[in-house]
Design a protein around this ligand. Sequence first.
Ligand SMILES: [Zn+2]
Length: 448
Amino acid sequence: MEDSTVHPASFICQCEKIRIMKPVIIIAIAFVLLIPLPVFAQDVYIQIDDLPEWADYASNVMYLSTEAWKEANEGLQFYKVDSGSDFTVKWVREFGGEYVGYAYGNQFIEVGLGDSNCGNHWNPYSESYMSHIMKHEIGHIFGNEHDNNPDSIMYPVALNREYGVVEEEYRLTAGYGQFVPFCTIKDLTSYEFSFSTTDETYGFDYYIVPSGDEFDKWVESGTFQHYSNKDCFGEGWLSISGTCKGVSAGSGIMILLGEDLTSPLVTITVKQYEQPNIINSKSPLSSKSITNPGVFSPVGSELLDSAEQARDELQRKLFDMKYKKIHDESVIKLQKEKQEREEALENKLREEKYQAEIQQMREAQEKIEAEKVIQQKIEEKTVSSICGTGTILNKNGQCVPEPPLHGDPEPSSKGGGCLIATATYGSELAPQVQQLRELRDNKLLQTE
Ligand SMILES: [Zn+2]
């Protein structure tokens, strides 16, 4: 888990503007992506940043990703906490460039909420795609490196990019058409859609076509090809929703307005949602001829559109700047916190070592003291054994006779040896006895 490597190039996006997009990779279709085993049973605490208000489509992503890891690793548990987490999850509106997810060491994860790689504006990712990214980045948190197996969740290229519901509005006038690309990168897929117009009387025709080229053909010659499965085309609708199955990468929607409109400009709302299911067969193509009425200038809506695009762009830039600031700040903060933790740990260890040394010294001191006491006792015993039987050492260091239980205290003030001297010299008051006494007291007893 001690990995401070940055994994910025986790995912590579194969997207270009969809009109010129060719499938550049063979997409490996895998219902269940391999999740590396084992992580070992443990409790994992995650701090999850709140999703932006507009991104509630991602509210299940964390649940789905952690469930997948739990299923693959028995005993693994995840807990959402407000502080003291093992790692933090942050959301990014759009990374820009090729990244859709990011793991910083084992400290935090950032997951993209969408990108601007389809059409000319930002689109949200689908729940399943975001869950895929999240699972991959959690893999990094658990210390997994990239894996060359395309079925592994640790495969570094995020295949099957999917958007959530993509909604756009187009201002059109009579006889005008619009091509709206689907945002898929799959070879074969299905789209749920819903289209509506602000005109309450005159409807629109729609055709789901294999590429933007069909729209150009309609402009040039009025003849084009479209998918002919159920729901894949319709005429004269004010509002319609359905599912067109079996369309390929590069396909999209052609919306065509007739000659009659209630007002000069109508707004067409186009919603598209790529279905996560796998499709086996392609919708057949049919030819269609509609005389191009020749009225083909986007009227004043171009100005409106470019003003809106500029505003969107500005908002995106502001968001990116704000995000970058938050991102940089959190990196600095996390690094600072890590340093502080390390310093605190170092201080703690140093303090513990210091305390242990003090304790050791104290114990050694106590041992010395104890030994001293024992030594003293031994010495006392040794010294007292210097005096002969029936005598004891008095406080002046003299061997004196043990006091008898009854009787004359006089002999007790004299040394035991003195009795012999007294006997030799006839009286204890004899000058020779006194001389011997002084010799004993001053020399013999003082030199141990
Ligand atoms: Zn990665």
